[in-house]
Design a protein around this ligand. Structure first.
Ligand code: EPZ
Length: 420
């Protein structure tokens, strides 16, 4: 178990290299189950969530190698059961369901269970796969699915919180090997879905409409191996952009996928931060006092829910009253109570946080609860007076590779300690 010890108050200056996208790598890794041929993926971040997914692929029968951000996977033969003790570690493992059904015509995958950001239903996943002909039942905490064959169909994935990213991925992957044409309406349009489409096309899939809410997939008999470089991580880049702004520094976010970050960049501009696009990445800095802001999270291209906690931390030290409304997940304010322990002035009413900026936060021992909440606590520690100790750092290691080293390299006083 590790903790991060941070002494705040230092402006961050320098260059940060932005890694590959966790949320693109995970479904693409699942897609390698669709072929017995070798697949090679470049730019894969070395994160615990990635290592969990590789463990699952190995358990399902794949050969896996991972070194220097390149993964080589070959699923010559696949067995269709993903057990609870692997799936419970990471909800995203649900995205092996579609590929297992397509490859094996059966699947037994543990229900992902909830997580701290609230119940994580998969009704849309199951609705979509059933439409393709899968018979699905839930028994003893497992999804048990089978089909004689998958047949193309019209599928609608609109949910009450917008579409579903991994649900779109599951249906997309299953439809790639179905007989006939599938039309997905209400598909998620996150960049990570478009990256999966590109990888599937390299494998030989016939898919039209990438980046739109309507995807048309012509099923094929088989898919072949492919090589692909995953897109960079827009949430990691956005998190470091907030770090630059909060600390009053200036960072060059090397390789940042700026075209995937429009809503975050516009929000940063609205609160007085400055940025410009350079040939090497995005340069972010502040020029004078910050201004309070209002935001609500929405499906892409709206403001990403995965940046909500980080902007709450920014609002804590931004003069005036900011409001942050979470519209995607029912319980994604776990960071609020810990930020208040650092002196933040936050009032939480339902899914809306009203935040009065304070002159400074005070360092304190705080507890990470989920991936993005822990990123918010690190950001707060970077500006707080005194020492902040962030416990349960395994949460942050799920989605940020070497965050302490990257912050040290641009001037933060932060160190990782082993908790005895
Ligand atoms: C993906 O999760 C991301 N994870 C999440 O990032 C991200 O927050 C989320 O999309 C929304 O952008 C990965 O890509 C691995 P959803 P996913 O299905 O696909 C409801 C991070 O921090 N819903 O798009 O699981 C659901 O409850 C993680 O990197 C249903 O109602 O999210 C939520 O309210 C956290 N029924 C909303 O839709 C379903 O069948 C969006 O969920 C599926 C989802």
């Amino acid at each position: 178990m590790h903790k991060l010890v941070i002494h705040g108050g230092l402006p961050l200056k320098g260059k940060v290299s932005i890694g590959g996208s966790k949320n693109s790598s995970l479904p693409i890794l699942a897609a390698t189950l669709l072929t017995p041929e070798p697949c090679i993926l470049h730019g894969v971040p070395n994160l615990s969530d990635i290592r969990y997914m590789l463990q699952i692929l190995q358990f399902l029968g794949a050969e896996v190698e991972f070194s220097d951000s390149t993964v080589r996977v070959q699923a010559r033969n696949v067995q269709p059961e993903a057990p609870y003790d692997l799936v419970r570690k990471m909800r995203a493992s649900i995205c092996v369901l579609g590929p297992l059904l397509a490859r094996c015509h059966q699947a037994k995958v543990s229900l992902p269970g909830g997580c701290v950001i609230g119940d994580r239903p998969i009704d849309l996943h199951l609705k979509g796969l059933s439409a393709l002909g899968a018979e699905i039942r839930v028994e003893e905490g497992y999804i048990v699915a089978q089909c004689k064959e998958l047949k193309g169909a019209k599928v609608e994935l609109y949910g009450k919180f917008g579409s579903t990213v991994l649900g779109t991925d599951n249906v997309l992957m299953a439809a790639s090997l179905a007989r006939g044409t599938t039309l997905i309406e209400g598909a998620a349009v996150e960049p990570e879905v478009a990256d999966l489409v590109e990888f599937l096309q390299k494998m030989g899939a016939t898919i039209r409409g990438a980046g739109t809410r309507v995807l048309e997939i012509e099923g094929v008999e088989e898919l072949h191996g492919a090589e692909h470089t995953v897109i960079r991580d827009r949430i990691e880049a956005s998190t470091f952009a907030v770090a630059a702004v909060m600390t009053g520094g200036e960072l060059l976010l090397e390789g940042a996928p700026f075209s995937h970050m429009d809503s975050v960049l516009q929000t940063l501009r609205s609160c007085g931060a400055r940025w410009d696009i350079t040939p090497n990445g995005i340069r972010v800095w502040t020029n004078g006092p910050l201004r309070a802001f209002q935001l609500q999270t929405e499906p892409y291209p709206g403001f990403p829910t995965d940046m909500q906690a980080q902007f709450c931390a920014l609002a804590c030290v931004t003069p005036g009253r900011s409001t942050v409304e979470e519209r995607i997940f029912p319980n994604r304010f776990m960071h609020v109570s810990e930020l208040k322990r650092m002196g933040a002035q936050i009032e939480l009413l339902g899914n809306r946080a009203t935040i009065e900026g304070v002159s400074h936060l005070s360092g304190a021992p705080v507890m990470a609860s989920d991936l993005r909440a822990s990123a918010a606590l690190v950001l707060a520690g970077l500006v707080a007076k005194g020492k902040t100790t962030v416990h349960r750092v395994y949460h942050i290691d799920r989605g940020y590779e070497n965050i302490d080293q990257k912050l040290q390299q641009v001037g933060a006083e932060i160190r990782r300690e082993v908790v005895s």
